[in-house]
Design a protein around this ligand. Structure first.
Ligand SMILES: Nc1ncnc2c1ncn2[C@@H]1O[C@H](COP(=O)(O)OP(=O)(O)OP(=O)(O)O)[C@@H](O)[C@H]1O
Length: 310
């Protein structure tokens, strides 16, 4: 990456329609290097469409794509050599072993190094599969082989469409560990889609939530955790006085004043009456005083819920 390449991928107003129906609408995102982005949305939200457009497997109806700082048609095609993709299904030949599958794709892509096959098999934990044919692999093994194929060109941006859906918990952990390793050891940027937020959790550093083809939210892991953390939500007529009461009478600075002047208090969660009493004693009129906080699923639903039926 050169200094010019602040973003690995940037899209502006990216739109794709099929026969007048929008699969993707006005999607503008920016992906920074060395991070793992979870592209999250329900079935049909537009995740695969987005990945296909970035990979050059489909063409946008409107909007633009910039890869590694380049957006001209020819430059974009050149930059796509720096991508590794597994979109929709792993491109596996069922009657071949893992190694032969890798060899086939290596030759197809004109990669001379033969040692890369064994290196990648070891990396994805398939080095002991010998002559076993891919059709006899578990789903998790097939996904890992698909990832190994996507890694053949030593990509800087790895795009994986639903690599963990349908896997058992152990399979999910294996893929998760592999992705974290690729990001940490090779500084690879990863874009991974799923319709399951808890499955992406612990692997993604950033989340792009899409619904009905539109970007609903781009959020970091820290922001997601902050939004899901349990707290008292307090609405009152004197937020400054409330803050002073929290600090001086309740001895806490573990609160946050939101842009709309509501206050989130993260302390005293089991002691609602203690807080309520202090507010009352100090003459603070409260219009809302409730415990808030979401599970990841609740949060996801609350974000996409805003876009239902538009
Ligand atoms: N080639 C195509 N022709 C017509 N419609 C399409 C085509 N590809 C996608 N669509 C439509 O675009 C919308 C988005 O589909 P897409 O496959 O991108 O969603 P997704 O989020 O990847 O869903 P899933 O999780 O089910 O894979 C859907 O309504 C789908 O029917």
């Amino acid at each position: 990456m050169s200094e010019m390449e602040q973003y690995v991928l940037k899209t502006n107003g990216l739109t794709k329609s099929y026969k007048g129906e929008f699969a993707l609408r006005d999607l503008s995102i920016a992906i920074e290097p060395g991070r793992i982005y979870g592209l999250i949305g329900q079935n049909g939200a537009g995740k695969s469409t987005f990945m296909r457009l970035v990979a050059g497997l489909a063409f946008p109806t409107a909007g633009s794509i910039e890869l590694f700082g380049q957006s001209g048609a020819k430059d974009l095609q050149d930059e796509r050599k720096r991508l590794g993709c597994m979109i929709e299904y792993p491109s596996i030949t069922p009657n071949m072993s893992a190694k032969d599958n890798l060899k086939f794709h290596r030759i197809l892509r004109g990669i001379p190094s033969e040692t890369i096959e064994n290196e990648l098999l070891a990396l994805v934990g398939l080095n002991n599969t010998g002559t076993k044919k891919a059709k006899n692999f578990s789903l998790g093994m097939k996904q890992r082989l698909g990832i190994a194929i996507a890694l053949l060109g030593d990509p800087e941006l790895l795009i994986l469409d639903e690599p963990i859906n349908g896997l058992d918990p152990l399979g999910v952990v294996e893929i998760r560990n592999l992705l974290i390793k690729l990001c940490e050891e090779r500084h690879m940027t990863i874009l991974i889609s799923s319709h399951n937020l808890p499955e992406l959790y612990q692997v993604a550093t950033d989340y792009l939530i899409i619904h009905q083809g539109k970007l609903m939210q781009s959020i970091t892991l820290a922001e997601l955790e902050e939004n899901c953390k349990h707290h008292f939500l307090i609405n009152c007529n004197q937020p400054e006085k409330l803050v002073s009461v929290l600090e001086t009478e309740l001895n806490t600075v573990n609160y946050k004043v939101m842009p709309d002047n509501t206050v989130k208090l993260y302390d005293y969660l089991g002691e609602q009456e203690v807080v309520a009493k202090k507010l009352y004693e100090n003459g603070i009129a409260v219009s809302n005083f409730s415990i808030q906080g979401d599970t990841l699923e609740d949060y996801f639903i609350s974000v996409i819920g805003g876009g239902l039926n538009d």
